[in-house]
Design a protein. Structure first.
Length: 231
């Protein structure tokens, strides 16, 4: 593979370094359909929301500023589907009176990322024939649950004790912006004097697409206990 970075983006005067510029040339388009439902009753409250959307932009995370047209695609914030269901039950049946059971279920699509080489010296690190933000990271599946009990200590003082479980079923959820997006590792060819040649070999990265870190709070199951006194 032949490097284009040095030929296009070479430094004409070695006395000068990189020049950074900020402008408003970015473009974005967002389309979405949102469906929602809510219910409130004597014992039950709840609701659901479902969003199907698409976000396209140009200007976030350029690799090759000389070919911006091909770097238009799904935004790094694009999340095609998101579903949230929530509900709470405050029973009036005497053995469970003053208890409240609640849950939130969240299902969401993963966010996109772009396949790259491990060096910007080769084709601005962009892998040929791979679309901008053409891959997606893992989605999210989170079920939270809480149980609360209200104690009336006297006419004025009340104590509320709450136990909460986040990611109740311990489904692994990973950070959306921490993905190994290096599709190929590269090696530059050298001449007999040890000088770099404009030729490279590329080897597929077996860890391509692997998530890098768990998401905070919802990455794995966790518990929280709290109390509140009202008077």
């Amino acid at each position: 593979m032949v490097s284009e970075f040095e030929a296009i983006d070479g430094i004409l005067n070695p006395n000068f370094g990189a020049i950074n510029a900020v402008d408003n040339s970015g473009k974005s388009i967002y389309h979405a359909l949102l469906l929602s439902w809510r219910y409130t009753g004597s014992q039950f409250t709840g609701g659901l929301a479902y969003t199907i959307s698409k976000t396209i932009d140009q200007g976030t995370g350029y690799f090759n500023q000389f070919d911006q047209r091909n770097e238009r695609g799904p935004s790094q914030l694009d999340q095609p589907q998101r579903f949230v269901l929530n509900g709470a039950w405050s029973p009036t049946w005497h053995p469970l009176k003053n208890f409240t059971f609640a849950s939130v279920v969240t299902l969401a699509s993963g966010r996109p990322y772009t396949a790259v080489f491990d060096t910007s010296s080769l084709n601005f690190s962009v892998v040929p024939n791979e679309p901008f933000n053409g891959f997606r990271g893992p989605g999210q599946e989170v079920i939270d649950f809480s149980m609360a009990r209200l104690f009336r200590l006297n006419e004025r003082i009340r104590l509320k004790v709450v136990a909460e479980a986040f990611d109740l079923f311990n489904h692994p959820n990973f950070q959306q912006n921490n993905i190994n997006n290096v599709q190929y590792t590269t090696t530059q060819a050298m001449d007999s004097g040890g000088n770099g040649l404009p030729f490279w070999t590329a080897i597929a990265n077996p860890s391509f697409g692997a998530p890098g870190a768990m998401a905070p709070r919802i990455g794995s199951r966790s518990f929280q206990f709290s109390g509140r006194i009202s008077f």
